[in-house]
Design a protein around this ligand. Structure first.
Ligand code: PLP
Length: 375
C-alpha cells in the first residue's frame, strides 16, 4: 500500500507503540492515586506534558490533555457561545469549527477567503471593530485539504488589538513547521496526536494566555480542574513520545516531507501539465498537495487509485462520508466541478521516493483512463 492520506491520520511510529505498551504494562495505575504506582503514572503524564510543550515551545503548565482537537475546539466554542460572543471564522475551517456554528446556529461572522485560501484581513479588521471586545476568532492554521498556512501572527495580533479571544487549530501544523507559540498572541491552541504518528483519541488544548480559561469537564478536578476524568495515560504517553521524536528530528523530517511532496507534484505535473495545485501560490505545510484534475471525477479517481493500492482522499476525513464537494475549496472560489475534480495527497516522514514515483505514474494512468471513458 502507498499511503498518501497522512492528513486524515498517520501510522503510529514504533517508538509510540512501544511507549504505549510500556504505559499499559507498567504505568497502569491511576495518576491521581497517592501511592507509589500512582505517582509513577503521574510522572509519566508529567514527562509527556513537557515533551508536548517542548515541540511547540509552550509552557507545560498551559497544556490540558483531552481526547483530541475536536473536543478542544468544541470546548472553546461552547465556552464563548455561553458568553454570547460573536464567532469570527471562515467557511474553510475544519468541521470541528464549522460544524459547531452550523449545528448550534452560533452568532457568526464569516470572513471571506481569497482564491489561495487566505483570510481577508481587511474584512477581519472591519468585523473586529464592530464586535469590539466580545468576539472569538477561530481559525485553522493550516488547512487540512490544501495545506495553506494562514498568517497566524497577523490574525492573532489583530484579535488581541481588538480585545477578542483567539482559537488557533494547529492540528495540521504541529511538527510540520518549526513552532514557537510562546510569542503567538493566541489564547487557545488545539492539536492532536494522530496526525503526528501518535495514537487517536488524545490531543491538547493549550490555554496560552490563561485569559478566559475554559473548563472542559469538572469531574474529579484532574488537569488542574480544567478537564476532569481519569487521564488517558497510554494516550498521553503516546502523544508525548510522538512530540519528542518529531522535535529530535524536526529539521530532517520537514525537509524530507517537502522533498517528497515537491517530487510528487513535479512528477504529476510532468505527466499531466493541465493540473492545478490548489493554494500553490502561497505558503503551505510541506506534506500536503491538493490537486485539481480538470474534467476528472475526483471520487472515481480516489476509488480507482485505491484499487491499485494508492490511498488518498477527496475531502477532510471528518466530511468524507458526504458526497459533497469540499467546502474549503468552494470557499476559495473553485467552481463545484473543479472542487469535485480535486484530490488530496499528503506524504509523511515514512514516504519514500519509489512510492512517490509509482503513485504519480499510477495517477497519470488512471486520470488518462477516466478522461477516455468520460468523452
Ligand atoms: N482540526 C483539524 C485541522 C483536523 O485536520 C482534524 C482532523 O482531521 C481535527 C481538527 C480533528 O481532530 P481529532 O481527530 O483529534 O478530533
Amino acid at each position: 500500500m502507498i499511503y498518501l492520506d497522512n492528513n486524515a491520520t498517520t501510522q503510529p511510529s514504533k517508538e509510540v507503540v512501544d511507549a504505549i505498551c510500556a504505559a499499559l504494562n507498567v504505568d497502569w495505575a491511576n495518576p491521581s492515586s497517592s501511592h507509589f504506582p500512582g505517582k509513577k503514572a503521574a510522572n509519566a503524564v508529567s514527562v509527556a506534558r513537557s515533551q508536548v510543550a517542548g515541540l511547540i515551545s509552550a509552557d507545560p503548565e498551559k497544556i490540558v490533555f483531552c481526547s483530541g482537537a475536536t473536543e478542544a475546539n468544541e470546548a472553546v466554542l461552547r465556552h464563548h457561545a455561553k458568553k454570547c460572543s460573536t464567532l469570527i471564522t471562515s467557511a474553510a475551517e475544519h468541521p470541528s469549527i464549522c460544524g459547531y456554528y452550523d449545528h448550534y446556529q452560533y452568532n457568526t461572522e464569516i470572513i471571506q477567503i481569497d482564491d489561495s485560501g487566505l483570510w481577508n484581513i481587511d474584512m477581519l479588521e472591519f468585523v473586529l471593530k464592530k464586535t469590539q471586545g466580545s468576539a472569538l476568532v477561530a481559525f485553522t492554521w493550516a488547512n487540512g485539504e490544501t495545506g495553506v498556512l494562514q498568517n497566524a501572527e497577523k490574525i492573532c495580533d489583530l484579535a488581541k488589538k481588538h480585545n477578542a479571544r483567539c482559537l488557533v487549530d494547529a492540528t495540521q501544523v504541529v511538527g510540520r513547521i518549526p513552532l514557537d507559540v510562546s510569542t503567538l498572541k493566541a489564547d487557545y491552541l488545539s492539536f492532536c496526536a494522530h496526525k503526528l504518528h501518535g495514537p487517536k483519541g488524545i490531543g491538547v488544548l493549550v490555554q496560552l494566555t490563561g485569559q478566559d480559561p475554559v473548563i472542559m469537564a469538572v469531574g474529579g478536578g484532574q488537569e488542574k480542574a480544567r478537564r476532569g476524568g481519569t487521564e488517558n495515560v497510554p494516550g498521553i504517553v503516546g502523544l508525548g513520545t510522538a512530540c519528542k521524536t518529531r522535535r529530535e528530528n524536526l529539521k530532517k523530517d520537514i525537509l524530507h516531507m517537502k522533498e517528497m511532496r515537491d517530487r510528487f507534484e513535479q512528477n504529476v505535473r510532468r505527466h499531466l501539465p493541465d493540473i492545478t495545485i490548489n493554494g500553490e501560490k502561497v505558503l503551505r505545510v510541506p506534506n500536503t498537495s491538493s490537486i485539481m484534475f480538470p474534467g476528472v471525477d475526483g471520487m472515481a479517481l480516489v476509488a480507482r487509485l485505491e484499487a491499485r493500492d494508492v490511498i488518498c482522499s477527496q475531502v477532510s476525513a471528518c466530511s468524507s462520508m458526504q458526497p459533497e464537494p469540499s467546502p474549503a475549496l468552494l470557499a476559495m472560489g473553485l467552481p463545484r466541478d473543479d472542487a469535485f475534480s480535486s484530490v488530496r495527497f499528503a506524504v509523511s516522514v515514512n514516504s519514500i521516493e519509489a512510492e512517490i514515483d509509482t503513485a504519480s505514474d499510477l495517477i497519470a494512468e488512471e486520470v488518462g483512463f477516466l478522461r477516455e471513458i468520460m468523452v
